[in-house]
Write a protein that binds this ligand. Structure first.
Ligand code: GLY
Ligand code: MN
Ligand code: MN
Length: 435
């Protein structure tokens, strides 16, 4: 059951932020995969956040200056011949009822209605992301309306991203969102434990991918929140390795970065473990450095701390650890200054998490790093990647390690949504022995 009150509340918040503006939004377009078959449909996150609407072919106008119909949903009309192919569509009356819209109209009326709504608004907000056709049309409409109002005055001054308003809203998760994120996290956490249990040398990376993704779907997820990464040995040192085709060799470390999307919300988990269930000394040395940094950053995540402070802490701990085990030379200050750590740690400590796996929302405001507040959700994911071509001591080459959990800031500290997947060496070895 759709809780339409949640989306109604968000639209009210948007209206308060828009002033005399109007939001004219298009749902995500369908994407062709091959010839005439499409990728599974995924609604635009901002459109979903404000409407709860997940079907293709939609648009909406949120127009506080339209006193009768401030919220209009435009949808595909009922059409029995088409519906037998793609599924039943709601009538306009039922659409109004389900989504708490003031009116529902045929999508064919959208462009004309958009032009009319622009004339009575001083600012037009729309989704400026991947749908270029929609963006060009909106720009064209604004240009046309500007010409029409030249002698009468009024009309929009320009086109703004609705994200400039919604992304700030989306940064703080409400109760409903946190429930869904916990569910996505639970499914993903179980899947990681299952993959650890199932793993043995000789298997193929894609077979572990199958263990994870089968569990996602079995538990009601729409599928992976992003393309699963299952990299064994040197493949674990490639940050966006998604081929997942190689055979797993005894002695490899395996890095799995995979998680489910549940009811539109993403989890994002990485675990790294030895293929044969037992860490070698070199694997253990790097793993312990990453684990220590990851745990310390999670511990430090609380209201009042900035995102940048977490990254600085992570970087220093990784650098100190890498010097200690002989991966880097010099003092921690020197290494941070000359950035030689970039050979092995080349990404940020984390990112916002929510409807998008790399969720929207600024990391900086007025030149300063964002201060953490209750309801903010993000990943903590330090890593060390020593590829086979690196100049590191031989024993470390071909080891890539990342450990990633999903954290929500609470009033008193934080909650780790993905704490259920083992990450201590002893826990991982015990689970794999059982498998
Ligand atoms: N799975 C993508 C990331 O960790 O950022
Ligand atoms: Mn991540
Ligand atoms: Mn990840």
């Amino acid at each position: 059951m759709l809780n339409s009150d949640i989306y109604n509340r968000r639209r009210q918040n948007l209206i308060n932020l828009m002033g005399k503006g109007v939001a004219i939004l298009k749902g995500a377009p369908e994407q062709i995969r091959t010839n005439d078959t499409e990728y599974p449909y995924r609604q635009d996150s901002d459109f979903f956040y404000l409407t709860g609407y997940t079907e293709p072919g939609a648009a909406c106008i949120i127009d506080p200056s339209n006193k009768e119909n401030p919220f209009t949903l435009f949808v595909l009309p009922q059409d029995p011949k088409k519906e037998v192919w793609t599924g039943w569509r709601l009538s306009f009356e039922d659409t109004v009822e389900k989504y708490k819209a003031d009116q529902a109209l045929d999508i064919a009326e959208f462009e004309t209605a958009a032009l009319a709504a622009m004339k009575t608004s001083s600012k037009v907000y729309t989704n400026l992301n991947h749908d270029k056709v929609h963006q060009y049309k909106m720009l064209d409409h604004v240009g046309q309306v500007r010409k029409e109002v030249q002698r009468t005055g009024g009309g929009p001054e320009g086109l703004e991203s609705v994200g400039s308003l919604t992304h700030g809203m989306r940064l703080i998760k409400d109760e409903h969102e946190l429930e869904l994120m916990q569910k996505a996290a639970d499914i993903s956490a179980d899947a990681h434990s299952k993959a650890m249990e199932a793993c043995s040398p000789g298997m193929y990376e894609y077979q572990l991918q199958a263990v994870l993704e089968s569990h996602f779907v079995h538990e009601g997820s729409a599928g992976p929140a992003y393309t699963s990464i299952v990299g064994a040995g040197d493949n674990a040192t490639v940050l966006h390795y998604i081929k997942n085709r190689d055979q797993i060799v005894d002695g490899d470390m395996i890095l799995i970065d995979a998680a489910a999307e549940y009811d539109m919300y993403a989890a994002d988990i990485t675990r790294t473990f030895p293929a044969n269930g037992k860490f070698s000394e070199a694997q253990k040395a790097i793993y312990e450095v990453v684990l220590k940094a990851q745990k310390a950053v999670i511990e430090a995540s609380k209201p009042g701390v900035t995102f940048q402070e977490l990254h600085d802490m992570d970087l220093r701990l990784l650098v100190e650890g890498m010097i200690e085990i002989g991966l880097l030379k010099g003092t921690a200050d020197e290494v941070i200054q000359n950035e030689s750590y970039q050979d092995y740690f080349m990404h940020k400590t984390g990112h916002w998490l929510g409807l998008d796996v790399h969720d929207m929302g600024n990391y900086m405001a007025d030149g300063e790093s964002i201060v953490l507040k209750p309801g903010m959700a993000f990943t903590v994911e330090p890593g060390i990647y020593v590829n086979s071509k690196s100049k590191a001591p031989e024993k470390f080459r071909g080891i890539g390690i990342r450990i990633e959990d999903d954290i929500v800031i609470t009033e008193s500290g934080n909650k780790n949504l993905t704490a259920a997947v083992p990450k201590e060496i002893s826990e991982i070895e015990a689970l794999m022995k059982k498998g």
